[in-house]
Design a protein around this ligand. Structure first.
Ligand SMILES: [Zn+2]
Length: 209
């Protein structure tokens, strides 16, 4: 993995600051949609809204679903675990999946890539990070000893053998109340760390229970 997994400075990425007027208008429309949703009124769900400020034309667009698009893939089975992500190590979750899927060939996939290590190609010094991709700046990618840009080693899964299996799920750089997908050769299960619900959802957690 190369260093382009690190977050570049915004301007070098070609980003242009948004004008506050337009973002206020769009934010207002978003809030209105949320209020409509809360009151059970029809919303833009499944559709888009184009706001074209140059000539003041705005219109709705319909999105159609491509049944083959993997972005719409849903897990056939999700198990809500009573534990929080501070209660389980990655290996303990893997052992649970070994039992549930009745196989030793289990891979636990993360919801996103995690930066495991930064390695300096010049002095070979390694730094363990466990941080979400995008949360480490480009400048922080440099070796503190000699200033060389370090190589990013990213991980997105665990097969039961790697040393980071002894880490708690909170020590992987992944969010709380996350879903881990366990896969065997022919089946898959999503595990939701439901013990985190109160921490993430606050009073809403009780309503969902
Ligand atoms: Zn170095």
């Amino acid at each position: 993995m190369s260093c382009n997994l690190l977050a570049h400075e915004e301007v070098t990425e070609g980003k242009v600051p948004t004008t506050p007027t337009i973002s206020s208008i769009i934010a207002g429309i978003q809030v209105q949609e949320a209020v409509k949703f809360v009151h059970g009124m029809p919303t833009l769900s499944g559709r888009g809204f184009i706001f074209e400020g140059l000539h003041h034309t705005s219109y709705r667009v319909e999105y159609t679903e491509n049944p083959d698009c993997m972005s719409h893939y849903t897990l056939p089975e999700i198990i809500a675990l009573p534990e929080s992500s501070n209660d389980l190590t990655l290996h303990q979750l893997w052992q649970r999946a070994v039992k549930d899927l009745a196989s030793n060939q289990i891979v636990i996939e993360f919801s996103r890539d995690v930066i495991h290590k930064l390695t300096c190609p010049a002095c070979n010094q390694e730094q363990e990070l466990f941080a979400a991709v995008g949360s480490v700046s480009y400048e922080d990618g440099r070796c503190p000893a000699d200033g060389n840009m370090r190589v990013v080693q990213a991980i997105h899964s665990y097969d039961g053998s790697q040393s980071f299996g002894s880490r708690k799920l909170t020590q992987l750089g992944l969010p709380r109340f996350d879903i881990f997908t366990a896969r065997s050769a022919d089946r898959e299960i999503g595990y939701l760390l439901n013990g985190d619900a109160g921490l993430v959802l606050g009073p809403l957690a009780k309503e969902g229970a």
